[in-house]
Design a protein around this ligand. Structure first.
Ligand code: G1P
Length: 289
């Protein structure tokens, strides 16, 4: 079971980051000096993924422009001797084989994934959600691929969240298999308090078998009237083996303002150009607060 393909759903309207995302796709917002989606693609590539499908919509063409060459800019940078900028600009375009498909209608995450059916074909594939940005030693999607390959199963990435927070996510019913790995028995999207199975929430990373497409094709709308991926996975885990990995990473929800700012601070502190300066600036600022 080799995972070579990934799907990145990026067709959401970005309503939690308005007004910035009125005309700039939320995936293109800069986290320090790179757009959010580049971190996602770099995570997939670091885990050995070769082909990536981005599910977009009509307002997201800035994304495919970003991963393309830009000869006029590159020539200008070359003439000015700006070698570092030139190599960064080229590197973004050469990261992976990136394909695009439009969702056409905003019908939910499950529907967006279903649009990847032709791209995926008959092999297991990874899914990475653009709002969940990870800082980890081992790429999070790589941690899931290892477990999926070992158990010959679909795999969801989970972490424990607070009981107040889980209503924003999905709750998974799990049975321990080994350290940090569980058998998945059930799940629920955006649980009400009485529906919570556990505090383990799925947080933006999945490895799925292509059987999910047959399920999604016939799935009724769920939470918020949308086709929910979690509802499809709930059916899948009853038909075939599914495991959950309690992945090792600091995860940021960059789909909301506070999570985005946390990620900005932490990634800036880790960045060679800004880290030392920001540390001093924060210390100086803290004295006046
Ligand atoms: C989506 C999924 C949900 C998951 C969450 C965090 O929700 O539907 O199951 O827990 O991402 O990755 P959304 O953030 O789109 O509301």
């Amino acid at each position: 079971m080799k995972v070579r393909k990934a799907v990145i759903p990026a067709a959401g309207l970005g309503t939690r980051m308005l007004p910035a995302t009125k005309t700039v796709p939320k995936e293109m917002l800069p986290l320090v000096d790179k757009p959010v989606i580049q971190y996602i693609i770099e995570e997939a590539v670091a885990a050995g993924i070769e082909d990536i499908l981005v599910v977009t919509n009509r307002a997201k063409s800035a994304m495919d422009d970003y991963f393309d060459y830009y000869p006029e800019l590159e020539e200008r940078l070359s003439r000015a001797g700006k070698e570092r900028e030139l190599s960064e600009v080229r590197r973004a375009a050469d990261l992976a084989n990136i394909f695009y498909v439009r969702q056409k209608e905003t019908k939910g995450l499950g529907h967006a994934i279903w649009r990847a059916k032709r791209f995926v074909g008959d092999e297991p594939f990874a899914v990475l959600l653009g709002d969940d940005i990870m800082r980890s030693q081992v790429p999070v999607i790589g941690q899931l691929i290892t477990a999926a390959e070992r158990y010959h199963a679909s795999c969801v990435g989970v972490q424990q969240v607070s009981t107040e927070a889980i209503a924003k996510y999905s709750s998974v019913k799990v049975q321990p298999l080994e350290e940090r790995i569980f058998q998945v028995e059930d799940m629920v999207e955006k649980p009400r308090p009485e529906e919570i199975f556990s505090n383990y929430a799925i947080l933006g990373r999945y490895v799925l078998t292509p059987h999910i497409f047959d399920i999604l094709e016939h799935l009724a709308p769920g939470y918020a009237g949308e086709i929910q991926l979690t509802d499809g996975l709930k059916a899948l885990c009853k038909q075939e083996k599914m495991v959950a990995v309690d992945f090792q990473a600091r995860r940021y929800d960059t789909g909301n303002l506070k999570g985005f700012l946390e990620a900005t601070i932490d990634f800036s502190l880790a960045h060679p150009e800004t880290g030392a300066w920001l540390r001093d600036y924060i210390k100086e600022k803290a004295q006046t607060l």
